[in-house]
Design a protein around this ligand. Structure first.
Ligand SMILES: Cc1cc2nc3c(=O)[nH]c(=O)nc-3n(C[C@H](O)[C@H](O)[C@H](O)COP(=O)(O)OP(=O)(O)OC[C@H]3O[C@@H](n4cnc5c(N)ncnc54)[C@H](O)[C@@H]3O)c2cc1C
Length: 386
């Protein structure tokens, strides 16, 4: 009997659990560890922040994976010991034959002075609810929205949030009382998709009256005077601040010996294998070089976590049953909600192989594409094994 342990019940974790439970030979034991009791669908967090979704509607109990034969442990991963093939959690120790790490990125608001006190964001479910309340209460003034540090997950999400806020204030009839500006350390939006797409997103912002302040990195935030101080490059006043918090990984990852050159785990770009043959890592926790891509490292996004989890699960299965493994191709697709029932869509190969990445301009069809994707995700993933 082989024992597969999956760390994390987010995008990568639940996809790997689904594929392994469908295809693994009888007797394979699959354990999934997550500190939360529920899986939450982050692409819907901006909709929670706009009041279009209730938090319960965008999460599902991880216990439902039991119907697929996956054992869910609600526990905090404390440490990972690849040489001993064990994982320590706050409820005990787990031994494995194969380990799949999908622990995602950890938000690190404390890395910037004043962030926790001064900023709102939609980067976790509870924060998205707080942002919703702040937006509802906002009746006019200066909105500063942006990115504090690189890398961060879902390169399009903050731009999407800016367009959604603009649409909201227009629908409320108060846009003339609201000034919105966007700041980022990036040279232009979503550099991983290339400059042409970045400039197209910048034009979308400009058309809505949202100037882009690029190459600006936040030094600290002064919540008393409502001021963002940028590194060597001036400051900005705000009445409502919406900012992506800095990202890192949690201590279990950082102390595992698997993370190198920073808090992220380098993996083979094709197989998702780490330095250990029996340990795979997928999704936001990884650092993947893209020699032919538009940026040196793959950005963090759910669509990549999903594709990588399928490949890592296939490679674990291949080792268990002795068949050929799979390779990930670097392909991704992403919706960019722009408000008023419309969304754009970006798709292509982020390893820089094949035709350039393309963006479809905002239209109703892509908005419905995202709605259907959300429905399928929340519905089918947590149903019984078929
Ligand atoms: C606002 C927002 C919008 C987004 N929109 C999109 C989008 O439109 N398209 C897209 O592709 N991506 C989007 N993303 C990004 C996407 O959600 C992430 O890239 C994706 O969830 C990464 O999957 P993952 O499995 O690597 O990590 P996660 O999904 O973050 O899962 C990590 C899991 O590990 C658990 N965990 C972490 N540490 C521990 C520990 N020590 N012990 C136990 N459990 C632990 C967490 O509870 C979590 O369940 C968005 C993200 C945000 C925040």
């Amino acid at each position: 009997m082989k024992r597969v342990v999956i760390l994390g019940g987010g995008v990568g974790g639940v996809i790997a659990a689904r594929d392994l439970s469908r295809k693994a030979p009888a007797g394979t034991q699959i354990d999934l560890v997550d500190r939360e009791g529920r899986h939450s669908f982050a692409p819907s967090y901006p909709w929670v922040a706009m009041g279009w979704r209730r938090p319960e509607a965008v999460s599902r109990p991880l216990l439902a994976l039991r119907a697929r034969g996956v054992r869910h442990h609600r526990a905090q991963v404390i440490s990972i010991h690849p040489a001993e093939r064990t994982v320590r959690t706050d409820t005990g120790e787990l031994a494995y034959d194969y380990l799949l790490i999908a622990l995602g990125a950890e938000l690190d608001p404390g890395a910037i002075e004043g962030f926790a006190e001064g900023a709102n964001h939609p980067y976790d479910l509870r924060a998205a609810e707080r942002l919703r309340d702040a937006v509802r209460a906002f009746r006019g003034g200066r909105v500063a929205i942006g990115v504090t540090r690189l890398p961060f997950k879902c390169p399009a999400a903050p731009y999407e949030m800016a367009l959604l806020l603009d649409a909201h204030f227009r629908e409320e009839g108060i846009r003339h009382r609201v000034e919105i500006e966007f700041f980022t350390p990036e040279p232009y939006p979503t550099p991983a998709a290339g400059e042409a797409i970045g400039r197209a997103i910048e034009s979308l912002l400009e058309a809505r009256g949202i100037p882009l302040r690029a190459k600006r990195e936040v030094d600290h935030i002064d919540p008393v005077n409502r001021l963002i101080q940028f590194k060597g490059n001036g400051s900005s006043r705000y009445d409502l601040l919406v900012a992506v918090p800095p990202h890192t990984t949690n201590a279990a990852v950082r102390t595992s010996g698997l993370a190198k050159e920073g808090p992220w785990i380098p993996v083979d770009p094709r197989t998702l294998r780490t330095g250990y043959d029996d340990v795979y890592a997928v999704g936001d926790v990884t650092k993947i070089p893209t020699p032919k891509g538009n940026v040196p490292f793959l950005p963090k996004a759910g669509v990549f976590a999903e594709g990588q989890a399928k490949v890592a699960a296939a490679n674990i299965l291949a080792e268990i049953v002795g068949t050929a493994g799979a390779q990930w191709d670097g392909y991704g697709v992403c919706f960019l909600e722009s408000g008023h029932g419309r969304a754009g869509m970006v798709r292509g190969n982020f390893y820089g192989e094949g035709p350039p990445i393309r963006m479809r301009r905002p239209g109703r069809v892509w908005h419905w594409g995202k709605v259907l994707f959300e429905r399928r995700w929340m519905g089918s993933l947590f149903r019984k094994r078929v």
